[in-house]
Design a protein around this ligand. Structure first.
Ligand code: SAM
Length: 225
């Protein structure tokens, strides 16, 4: 087959493939290879005092700042967009951080199988895509199935943090969490926070704050047992 080297669409696709390889050769990236699952997070961070999971890390500003402020923690960040992870790793190197590992994965396709039981001390979901239309709600991160998976992967007393600017999503998430036997609102039933002092600010949170829009946080603790 003759390749048209002026074809930008083809060039972009090839660049995407090379990008994928370049991520997988990175020491900070977790390769998506079937034989590594379920993953022992301890093996990734043998000396970490705590292990955090962040879902939908985007460009990784929050992840890196969180890693900087918690040097004794190991952080695993999941994100479906490869170029966002490639950029995140580049910035991680500039900052000289050793305590983050990244995985390119679409958690709606593959999640429950990734991690061993009892892996995480803290789980962070910052500004997930809100999917406002009812027929798209199935694409949202938060569901009973996801909360059960997170419960299995969480240590007793692990913290689950959820942030959004979209009130209907907040309200639906609060309803699901409040009736879940596995999670307990650490501030009391129905409590929503408008800020968490000292918490790093994610890219999307900064955008909303710059637009003077309200943002909402939930903090739930994993029930023992
Ligand atoms: C609105 S952005 C928020 C990014 C970041 N957490 C922040 O607050 O700045 C949502 C992120 O979740 C990622 N995402 C959406 N659906 C996903 C999925 N099914 N699996 C993994 N990542 C996903 C998107 O690619 C995007 O980077």
């Amino acid at each position: 087959m003759k390749i048209d080297k002026t074809n930008t669409h083809l060039k972009n696709r090839l660049a995407g493939l090379l990008d994928k390889r370049s991520i997988y050769n990175e020491p900070f990236a977790i390769p998506f290879e079937p034989e590594i699952f379920p993953l022992s997070v301890r093996s990734l961070f043998p000396d970490a005092r705590q292990i955090f999971l962040e879902i939908g890390s985007g460009y990784g500003e929050f992840t890196r700042e969180n890693a900087l402020r918690n040097p004794a923690a190991g952080i695993i960040a999941l994100e479906k967009k490869r170029h966002r992870i490639a950029g995140s790793i580049r910035e991680q190197k500039v900052m000289g951080l050793q305590n983050i590992r990244w995985m390119v994965v679409d958690i709606n396709w593959f999640f429950d199988e990734i991690f061993e039981d009892n892996s995480f001390d803290r789980i962070i979901i910052n500004f997930p895509d809100p999917w406002p239309k009812k027929r798209h709600h199935k694409n949202r991160f938060i569901s009973n199935a996801l909360l059960s998976s997170l419960s299995r992967m969480s240590k007793p007393d692990a913290l689950l943090e959820f942030a959004t600017d979209y009130f209907p999503y907040l309200s639906d998430t609060l309803s699901i969490l409040e009736i879940s036997p596995q999670w307990k609102n650490m501030h009391g039933r129905g409590r929503i926070l408008s800020t968490i002092p000292g918490r790093p600010v994610s890219f999307f949170e900064q955008q909303k704050r710059d637009e003077n829009l309200p943002v909402y946080f939930l903090q739930f603790v994993h029930a023992r047992g």
